[in-house]
Design a binder for this molecule. Structure first.
Ligand SMILES: Cc1cc2nc3c(=O)[nH]c(=O)nc-3n(C[C@H](O)[C@H](O)[C@H](O)COP(=O)(O)OP(=O)(O)OC[C@H]3O[C@@H](n4cnc5c(N)ncnc54)[C@H](O)[C@@H]3O)c2cc1C
Ligand code: SF4
Length: 474
């Protein structure tokens, strides 16, 4: 259980960031690891609670107290084996997970949760450094062939699990490289893409075959895949962005976040843009307004700042949440509270309870965003109107559902009330025979850790469907 009196003796200490003035000069990661001894000390703070709420807080049910104890006892390789037993890609979650586990930690009642995410990241980073992480090809071959459509975290996790029990797995990806939003959405400063490349290489050595630049439903008919494979997994994400249909929306300079962010990630990766959306969208020298207060909005801020924006303002229609949650009401659940991301610290103005009224511009280009403050029912407050200079507006208001045209329409899978692919969390089966679905395509816009969980569980379901039984964990 770590050290019995660790939580009394050792203060919480977490990873720090490079100063904002340094980190905004490039797109590299800027989180400074704690180091071996300090990580061990932090692991010693775990109390191994009778009911470890962190287990349930973590969507992949990482066995957090167990690996905390192993790190405290200097058994890092065993900690890594334990961590991998529930999470295929801890280096992704150790970098980008919002860490609902820490919100659930008993020590969070005192605002000093165990630094679970940092310990997770330290274990897996050490695993890569020491050469402990190797391909794990299956010794048996089942003769079954499986197609996975989409190489985001859900597709990657599913493909790795299925290959490791001996199936022949082919991943079809529309883009030129693997990773989904890990590659094209999440900026390099949050997670460098070498982490994805390394896992793809591991998976290739385990027998997974990647087919890039194949948009299933456009470049290849889904029926062809159904004929060639024993099962098909849909992990295409939830890519349809929420729009802002107000006056002036068609002016030049108003862009979806996911038109803007992938361009910079491609530039960083030296990858040509073959999406047909090749006109560069750049924030340098511009007044940038980001509409939407979530993670995607934060990523737009950090990217705009690095590109040299004159100013960045982020607007959110919801009222400003409280700085501190009421633990008695929220713990061990994820609390609604004001969160300040590293990108916010890099120099953005934030405003809450703001409604957008219209855009106006000159010569077809956006120049001004007209706003008003709104009340709790989102009704405009008379007399609160104001204007913002806006040369570039980035729409980051979330995603409504997967794209229906092409793949889903041609397959004819049943959709749920929100427009996601209907499949339950036990069988992961869609309405079409031998077609399964997981990740954002099934659950709607979510998190990397949920995508990994669903990919793993879909793999369990597919293996059981094909073989009648499975050793894959759920
Ligand atoms: C900008 C941004 C930042 C985010 N930041 C975070 C964060 O910090 N932490 C976090 O936990 N979550 C974050 N998220 C959410 C997280 O990235 C997603 O929940 C997660 O990636 C979903 O994984 P997925 O595998 O279901 O889908 P995706 O990652 O969306 O991958 C789907 C893949 O399928 C491919 N595809 C789709 N249709 C087809 C087709 N017909 N044929 C072939 N290929 C196809 C796509 O090209 C894509 O590569 C962020 C999301 C965005 C947009
Ligand atoms: S995956 Fe996320 S929720 Fe789970 S232990 Fe890691 S940081 Fe916590």
């Amino acid at each position: 259980m770590g050290k019995v009196t660790g939580f009394l003796e050792i203060d919480r200490r977490d990873r720090k960031y490079l100063p904002a003035s340094d980190r905004i000069r490039n797109y590299k990661e800027f989180v400074i690891p704690l180091g071996r001894e300090a990580t061990r000390d932090q692991a010693a703070r775990c109390m191994n609670c009778g009911i470890p709420y962190c287990h349930n807080g973590c969507p992949v049910n990482n066995q957090i107290p167990d690996w905390n104890d192993l790190v405290y006892n200097d058994k890092w390789q065993e900690a890594l084996t334990n961590l991998h037993s529930t999470n295929n890609f801890p280096e992704f979650t150790g970098r980008v997970c919002p860490a609902p586990c820490e919100a659930s930690c008993t020590l969070n009642l005192e605002d000093t949760p165990v630094t679970i995410k940092s310990i997770e990241c330290a274990i897996v980073d050490k695993g890569w450094q020491e050469g402990w992480i190797k391909p794990e090809p299956s010794e048996i071959k089942t003769g079954k062939r499986i197609a996975i459509i989409g190489s985001g975290p859900a597709g990657l996790a599913a493909a790795q699990q299925l290959a490791r029990v001996g199936h022949e797995v082919h991943v079809y990806e529309r883009q030129g490289r693997a990773g989904g939003l890990l590659r094209y959405g999440i900026p390099d400063f949050k997670m460098e893409k070498s982490h994805v490349d390394r896992r793809v290489a591991q998976m290739e050595a385990e027998g997974v075959v990647f087919h890039y630049g194949v948009n299933v439903g456009i470049d290849i008919e889904p029926e062809e895949l159904l004929a060639q494979y024993d099962a098909v997994g849909l992990t295409g994400g939830a890519e349809k962005p929420r729009d802002l249909p107000i006056e002036g929306r068609d002016l030049d300079g108003i862009q979806f976040a996911m038109d803007f962010l992938p361009q910079q990630n491609r530039r960083n990766g030296g990858e040509p843009d073959t999406t047909g959306n090749a006109r560069p969208i750049l924030a340098g020298g511009k007044h940038v307004v980001v509409i939407g207060g979530g993670d995607t909005g934060s990523d737009c801020i950090g990217t705009s700042v690095r590109q040299g924006a004159l100013s960045v303002t982020q607007l959110e229609i919801m009222p400003q949440p409280p700085e501190k949650e009421n633990k008695a009401l929220t713990w061990p659940n994820w609390p609604l509270k004001l969160r300040t991301s590293s990108s916010h610290e890099e120099g953005a103005e934030r405003d809450f309870a703001v409604g957008t009224v219209k855009f106006t511009g000159e010569n077809g280009k956006v120049k001004t965003l007209h706003c008003t403050k709104v009340d709790a029912s989102f009704k405009p407050i008379a007399g609160s109107e104001f204007q913002l200079k806006a040369d570039l507006v980035l729409l980051a208001m979330g995603f409504v559902s997967p794209v229906h045209d092409g793949l889903l329409a041609k397959l004819g899978v049943k959709l749920d009330g929100r427009g996601n692919v209907e499949a339950n969390m036990l069988a992961y089966k869609t309405s079409v025979e031998k077609v399964f679905a997981a990740g954002d395509m099934r659950r709607g816009q979510s998190l990397v850790v949920w995508a990994i969980r669903e990919g793993r569980q879909m793999a369990h379901a597919i293996d059981k469907h094909l073989m009648g039984e499975t050793i894959l964990p759920r």
